[in-house]
Every structure is written in C-alpha cells, then in structure tokens.
Design a protein around this ligand. Structure first.
Ligand SMILES: NC(=O)c1ccc[n+]([C@@H]2O[C@H](COP(=O)([O-])OP(=O)(O)OC[C@H]3O[C@@H](n4cnc5c(N)ncnc54)[C@H](O)[C@@H]3O)[C@@H](O)[C@H]2O)c1
Ligand SMILES: O=C[C@H](O)CS(=O)(=O)O
Length: 482
C-alpha cells in the first residue's frame, strides 16, 4: 500500500540502532477496522538509558556544527517528508483513523514546522548590552538546552512530534521521543526520513513501550534537561511532578475547553463554517476544538438549524473511503466519553438537533451530533469531550458570555465571531486563553506561538518563540577592559 515500504518499520530506534519487534511486543490497531497493523517493541529501562546516553554524545557534536549545517539537514528532512507525503498520510490514516485528505493536510502542517525551524535555526541571535562599568562588557548568548525528552499524543501523530523536533534540532539539542502507543508508526517513519536527511546517529531516538516505564526513566534522568509533553492535563501534571527533582525545563501542551462565541452581528454563514472546522476537525479530537458554542439570542435559532443541517450532510466512515469527513474515534474509551457527555446533557434538558447516538457502522464510529439547550451544570461544559459533539449555549450579553467562557480551568484556544471591531478586541483581550481566533475557526500555523495558560500548559511551540524554548541564555561578563 506504500510507494516506499521502508517507511513502515515494526521497530524502535534506540540511539544509533534499530530494534525490531519480530512479531512480538505491542500491537498497533486500525481504529476503523480493528485490524492489527503490526507490532512495535516493548522496550525497558535499559533501552531508555541507552538512548539517553547516545543522545548525550550526539548532541555535543550536533551543537558544534554551524547553524547553517543544522538548517540544511532540517531542510532536507522537510523535502523528504513532502516527497513522501502520501505514504506518511497512509500510515497516519491507518493507525489514527482520520480521513486520508485530512492526514495529508497534517503531514504538510507537520512538515511546515521542520521548514520553519530550518529557517529559524540561523537566527538564534544574542545581544551585546551597554556595560555597567567602564571596564566591563556584557555579552548575552543562546546555547542549546542539551538532551530533550518528548512525549506526544495520538491525535496528531506527525505534527505533534515535528512541532517539537523542529525547534529542538534547530537549537542544537538531541531528542529522545516516546510517541503515543496508539500511533507509533508515524513517528518511526519520521525517524527513517530523518536518517535519510542526514540527522546524525544517536541524535533522535523513538522509543516504544509502556508509557509509565519509559516516562519514569526519562523524567528521572539528570542528563535530560527538558521534558516537552503534549497530552492531557492529568498526565502533564504527573510528569511535571516527576521532573521536579532534576529541575528540568518544561514544555507542556495540555488539555483545552475552547469557547466559540457568536454574536448577533456575526456573518452567519462564516460562523457556521467556522464552527464546523473548529468543532469537527479530526472528528472533534483536537485540543483546540470548540468545546462550548455560545450563540447570542438574536442569531441562536438560525445558527443552530444551519449547523445541524450542515453536519447532517457530511459522511462518516473509513478514512480511506472517498468523501468521508468523519473517521472513527480512537478507541472504545473515547466513544464511551462522548456517549456519557450526551446522555448527561440530555438528562439535564439538552435537545438533540442531529446525531446523538452511535453510528450504524458500529465500532468506534459516532454520529456527528449537535445539541441545544446546554447549561453550565452539564459534564460537557466542564470537561473536554474530544469527539464530534457540538453543544450550543444561548446567551444575552457580552459580559455574561465572557464570564461563562472563562469559567474553566483551561485556557488554550478560544473563538469569537462578530463584525464589530471594538467588540472583537474587547472580547479577545478578556478571554483567558493563549490563543484567540477572530472570525476564523482555524488558527494553528508554524508562524504563530501555539500554547495555553492555566491548566492548558506552559510555553509556546512554533513561531520565533518556539526556538527559545529549547535554548538557554548565557550571560558573559568581560572585565578588565581598560
Ligand atoms: N495542547 C496541545 O497542543 C495538545 C495537542 C494534542 C492533544 N492534547 C491533549 O491530549 C489529550 C489527548 O491525547 P492523549 O489521549 O494521547 O493524552 P494522554 O495524556 O493520555 O497521553 C499523551 C502521551 O503521554 C503518554 N503517557 C500517558 N500516561 C503517561 C505516564 N504516566 N507517563 C509517561 N507518559 C504517559 C501517552 O502514552 C502519550 O504518548 C487531550 O487532553 C488533548 O487536549 C493537547
Ligand atoms: O490537538 C491539538 C493540536 O495542536 C492540533 S492543531 O495544532 O491545532 O492542528
């Protein structure tokens, strides 16, 4: 099924060496069919330690190369990813389920981080600061943090890795990666291409196995100077604590509960299309999904009808089937959470405009759902659904909706639709979130700083700021200059 079969390896990369699964280890299944795609090794603490040691050695030589040399290798990696975009997307759809066109989009998005940081690699500028004494000069330089551990989620099995690997390698760091057990083959394919691009042996390891076993060694190692984690807030908090004894630098991209606010003066068609992408991209399995849709009274009924009608026309099915918009959810646990949120909302008075039940395809498929009559006491209001359910809340005033939108522990993404410039700026400034989409439901791009506040995490990925998160400032004071 692949043009380049060498990209699908049932193996893990431990420093410079590949360890084959040989038909044993952890099975990887297709969430659409339940079929076993292959196996990856179940590595233990010894292999994790071996990978960290290899990274420590390789990182020093990598940091000693010029920024231009690092940039050129990253650019070759980008070119190889785009040349093999279809194969990488086929692997991604098979193990994560998203429709093939959407998977191709993720590959281009993921590759854009490698492209962007291939360019940023050559712009880690330092400073010379006016001295505090006649005989002193102040230099401020930037140096790579060193060995970085990365732990990534299943929902974007390519882009969540490259959004970390791009800046890490551009800065001169090494990376020991543990991808999600559900989607390891996308990570392994990235490592195959990285080798072909000329990334030095040992600089990039991809470890597969039990997350707690691998995570325990990565977080405890004093050689690992940064942990960059993308996943749930619950796990992120646990890893934060595990890193405390070795005072690691942390990058945490965690959970969300994004409000999507539509005022009466919004363009109705644009707001419906924006809600469609902000809510239903990746079948609702993104951290920046619109988890609560607040619509002002004057436009509420028209908006709800149009969104429900739009959603009802879209196709659910296997990601490889033509015309499919919604693939499967990742697993049975995800289906159960979606069902629990819908049943709780209905029990507390919500109405189903479309969907609301398991899809006739069975398995991990769910009918895309639109609900109205939502209230603050419902489970769906407080927790991230991570599925194809659009809950619509009615509101009257700007002050009321800002208070409701901010009534959450999370602060990742948020969205506001209005044609009143003053209002959009007032609301954007008042929302407690790291990112605000104004009259758009799609905000993620390599050029912009991605990240959240409160329980949604620490740090930023992408943009020129993303490189600094993998570097340390060093202050050099030159004295005795008479
Ligand atoms: N902020 C972002 O950029 C972003 C992006 C994608 C997903 N997410 C969040 O991730 C969650 C969904 O992804 P998920 O289900 O993979 O999250 P998860 O937290 O269950 O798992 C994330 C990663 O952590 C690993 N892991 C789990 N427990 C661990 C432990 N005790 N020690 C070490 N590693 C451990 C998993 O194997 C996986 O690789 C959602 O909450 C979503 O909002 C956030
Ligand atoms: O799930 C969260 C990812 O960050 C998705 S994206 O970056 O918005 O595509």
């Amino acid at each position: 099924m692949l043009d380049d079969p060498g990209l699908l390896r049932e193996a893990a990369l431990v420093g410079p060496r590949w360890i084959e699964a040989n038909g044993a280890g952890i099975p990887v299944t297709n969430p659409s069919t339940g079929a076993i795609l292959g196996h990856v090794p179940d590595l233990g603490p010894a292999e994790v330690t071996e990978a960290i040691r290899a990274a420590e050695v390789a990182q020093k030589a990598w940091a000693a190369r010029t920024a231009k040399e690092r940039s050129q290798i990253l650019r070759r990696w980008f070119d190889l990813m785009m040349t093999r975009q279809d194969d990488l997307a086929r692997i991604l759809t098979a193990e994560q389920g998203k429709p093939f066109p959407e998977a191709k989009g993720e590959i281009a998005y993921g590759a854009s981080f490698i492209e962007w940081f291939a360019e940023e690699a050559r712009r880690a500028y330092g400073e010379i600061v006016p001295g505090h004494a006649p005989d002193k000069r102040i230099l401020v330089t930037k140096q790579p943090i060193g060995v970085v551990a990365a732990i990534t989620p299943w929902n974007f099995p390519n882009a969540m890795i490259t959004r970390k690997a791009g800046p890490a390698f551009a800065a001169g760091c090494a990376m020991v990666l543990k991808p999600a057990s559900e989607t390891p083959f996308s990570a392994i394919a990235l490592a195959v291409l990285a080798e072909r691009a000329g990334l030095p042996a040992g600089l990039f390891s991809v470890l597969t196995g039990r997350s707690t076993v691998i995570g325990a060694v990565l977080t405890a190692s004093p050689v690992v100077r940064k942990l960059t984690f993308t996943g749930s807030t619950e796990v992120g908090a646990a890893l934060y604590a595990q890193c405390a004894p070795t005072i690691k630098k942390l990058g945490l991209e965690l959970g969300g509960n994004a409000p999507f606010i539509v005022f009466d003066d919004a363009d109705l068609d644009e707001a419906v299309e924006g809600a469609l992408v902000a809510k239903f991209r990746n079948n609702g399995q993104t951290c920046v999904c619109a988890n609560r849709i607040y619509v002002q009274s004057g436009i509420h009924d028209a908006f709800a009808r149009r969104l429900a009608a739009r959603v009802a026309r879209l196709k659910t099915g296997d990601g490889f089937d033509v015309g499919v918009t919604f693939g499967p959810l990742i697993d049975a646990k995800a289906v159960a959470k979606v069902q629990e949120h819908i049943e709780d909302a209905k029990a507390k008075g919500a109405q189903v405009l479309t969907g609301g039940a398991a899809h006739e395809l069975g398995g991990h498929f769910w009918q895309p759902t639109v609900l109205t009559g939502l209230t603050a006491d419902m489970a769906i209001t407080r927790a991230e659904t991570f599925g194809p359910v659009a809950p619509i809340y009615r509101f009257e005033t700007e002050a009321e909706v800002i208070a409701a939108a901010n009534e959450t522990e999370f602060g990742l993404a948020s969205y506001v639709y209005s044609r009143d410039l003053a209002r959009t700026l007032r609301v954007a400034e008042a929302l407690e979130a790291g990112m605000v989409g104004v009259n758009t439901g799609l905000i993620s791009t390599a050029e912009a700083p991605f990240g959240g506040i409160k329980a949604s995490g620490l740090g930023r990925e992408g943009s020129r700021h993303g490189l600094d998160d993998f570097m340390e400032l060093k202050y050099i004071c030159l004295g005795g200059i008479q």
